[in-house]
Design a protein around this ligand. Structure first.
Ligand SMILES: Nc1nc2c(c(=O)[nH]1)N[C@H]1C(S)=C(S)[C@@H](COP(=O)(O)O)O[C@H]1N2
Ligand SMILES: [Mo]
Length: 331
């Protein structure tokens, strides 16, 4: 009812930066309470949680950290963004369970600090970086990317990070470095999903060196202007927008440069279904379903047409990486 008395009140109390600290803290608590109490998925939930997120309070009331980032419109789609609610409550993160709602419910047990990423292998300058040093390695950008899951749904998310190439240059790969392997955390104490045998843990993904160096490949530390929520792969993940979502490993602990193509978790578990490349390709069907169309999360509904899936998820600038390759064979 407080909302009714003050229809513009949700953003107004926070607009001033000269508000005394105690007043500001009270308002933070207030908005967190609205966020927690609003019906999940309602317009009020979306408004209150976006505001809470922007004010540095998560939906559980725990503090989250704002991340200043410069918008990169040249690397961003102008399509409508997926709601924060959907982006944080419809997830694949099997370490926290197999259902789409499991990561939001379970990922609070993930400890994201202290966190170290080891960058090693075929490099001249191996590095062990804590999450703060990693975050500061290059200027943060906001990039609004489409991400399409191999299951046939897609989202549009404002990610925060920088081109992975910045990190790669910092470790000076040797001439032998042909592939990059990403290994993600596998800790039974923090991750209830590891009890399931769907994948050989840890979750491992990989890219060819030129793919990893492409400026679109994003080392990601945030989304919607904040540090990554746990369920989205805190504290650091990669987003490779022209590939299926599973090529975007979450909660990375090691980045290794290799001579040979790495063994990747999905490829090992079902080699006929998930290839190493896994570029979004409407012409190469998954053995069990078509990849020609997709459902944009938030656009569901009986009368809503599915969208046509675009080659490379619409990121045509990567096509030259695959010139001369048979993409049916290297799927
Ligand atoms: N460690 C890890 N990373 C992962 C996954 C996972 O299960 N574990 N799922 C992948 C899949 S299938 C998708 S579609 C995306 C989903 O990212 P999102 O939940 O942030 O949208 O994360 C990818 N990264
Ligand atoms: Mo996925």
């Amino acid at each position: 009812m407080l909302i009714k008395k003050n229809p513009n009140g949700l953003d107004r109390p926070f607009a001033s930066e000269i508000t005394p600290r105690e007043v500001y803290e009270e308002r933070r608590k207030f908005i967190a309470r609205i966020a927690a109490g609003a019906a999940a998925g309602s317009a009020l939930w979306e408004m209150a949680n976006r505001e809470a997120f922007a004010q540095g309070v998560s939906t559980q009331g725990a503090p989250v950290q704002k991340l200043a980032a410069k918008a990169n419109p040249g690397f961003s789609t102008t399509e409508p963004q997926t709601s924060l609610r959907d982006a944080t409550h419809y997830n694949n993160f099997y370490e926290f369970g197999l259902d789409k709602t499991d990561p939001a419910e379970n990922a609070h047990t993930l400890r994201t600090r202290p966190w170290t990423v080891a960058i090693e292998g075929e490099v001249k300058k191996p590095l062990r970086l804590d999450i703060d040093s990693l975050t500061k390695l290059a200027p943060l950008e906001e990039r609004i990317y489409r991400l399409r899951c191999v299951e046939g749904w897609s989202m549009v998310i404002p990610w925060v990070g920088y081109s992975l190439s910045n990190l790669i240059r910092a470790v000076e790969p040797t001439g032998n470095a042909k592939y990059v392997e990403f290994t993600t955390l596998a800790d039974r104490a923090q991750m209830p999903g590891l009890r399931s045998g769907v994948l050989d843990w840890p979750y491992v993904e990989g890219l060819r060196m030129d793919e990893a160096m492409h400026p679109l490949a994003l080392l990601t530390v945030g989304m919607y202007g904040q540090v990554l929520p746990n369920q989205n792969g805190a504290p650091v993940r990669v987003v490779v927008p022209w590939k299926y979502g599973f090529k975007s490993p979450k909660s990375i602990v090691r980045i290794r440069f290799l001579r040979e193509q790495p063994k990747t978790a999905w490829n090992v578990s079902a080699p006929r279904e998930y290839g190493f490349y896994s570029n979004v390709n409407p012409k190469v069907d998954h053995p069990r379903w078509s990849q020609a169309t997709e459902r944009r999360i938030g656009e569901d509904g009986f009368f809503k047409r599915k969208r046509d899936t675009l080659m490379f998820n619409g990121y045509n600038e990567v096509a030259s990486l695959y010139a001369g390759m048979d993409l049916k064979r290297f799927f």
